[in-house]
Design a protein around this ligand. Structure first.
Ligand SMILES: Cc1cc2nc3c(=O)[nH]c(=O)nc-3n(C[C@H](O)[C@H](O)[C@H](O)COP(=O)(O)O)c2cc1C
Length: 176
């Protein structure tokens, strides 16, 4: 399995969690890091180039901080441009069929804030439904998403535990 690790963070240099995760996954075999904000700072996404890149991978990871309950704008634009009808879905749109999609997000809110009656109103899985539907529309296999909550406040130990677990999952998937 070859992995395309797409990271979208508007300020990766000022990041704690996403930066650490990106650093750590570099040691996973057969994994390419695709840092959207450094590749396309002008928000011009070369659709066909990106589509051709995608074809070479079996596992696609989307790594990003949760921003306003969703994905950063450049990742959204990437979806709009790259997951084109006839390529990713619709008639003849089978390019991504059978590939695995693994979403990994970090949130500012604690896990306890993601429930009914709390600040963020609903469990995090509710907010991830559009991602899951996207994977489904494209015929991709939706893997259980990874969520690192309270990303700015969590202890170093919590971050390292998350990172170790994530790296070992990716390494295991890579051997399949
Ligand atoms: C514009 C903006 C919007 C955000 N929206 C949310 C949100 O909807 N829910 C949430 O839990 N955290 C939200 N946050 C917090 C980020 O998710 C958090 O700072 C990030 O996951 C930390 O990761 P990092 O250390 O890699 O930057 C937001 C942060 C910014 C800057």
């Amino acid at each position: 399995v070859k992995t395309l690790f797409i990271v979208a963070h508007p300020h990766l240099e000022g990041s704690r969690a996403n930066r650490r995760i990106v650093e750590a996954v570099k040691k996973v075999p057969d994994l390419s890091i695709h840092d959207l904000y450094s590749l396309y700072p002008d928000f011009h996404i070369p659709r066909h180039k990106e589509q051709n890149i995608l074809m070479n991978f079996d596992l696609i990871v989307w790594q990003h901080p949760l921003l306003w309950y969703g994905m950063p704008p450049l990742l959204k634009l990437w979806l709009d441009e790259v997951l084109e009808q006839g390529f990713a879905f619709g008639e003849g749109g089978t390019a991504l069929k059978g590939k695995k999609l693994l979403l990994s997000i970090t949130t500012g809110g604690a896990e306890s804030s993601y429930q009914s009656g709390a600040t963020n109103l609903a469990p995090i899985s509710d907010y991830l439904l559009p991602y899951r539907a996207t994977a489904n529309l494209c015929g991709m296999e939706w893997l259980s998403p990874r969520v690192f909550h309270h990303a700015r406040r969590a202890t170093d130990e919590q971050l390292e535990a998350f990172v170790t677990d994530f790296v070992s999952q990716l390494t295991q998937l890579c051997g399949k």
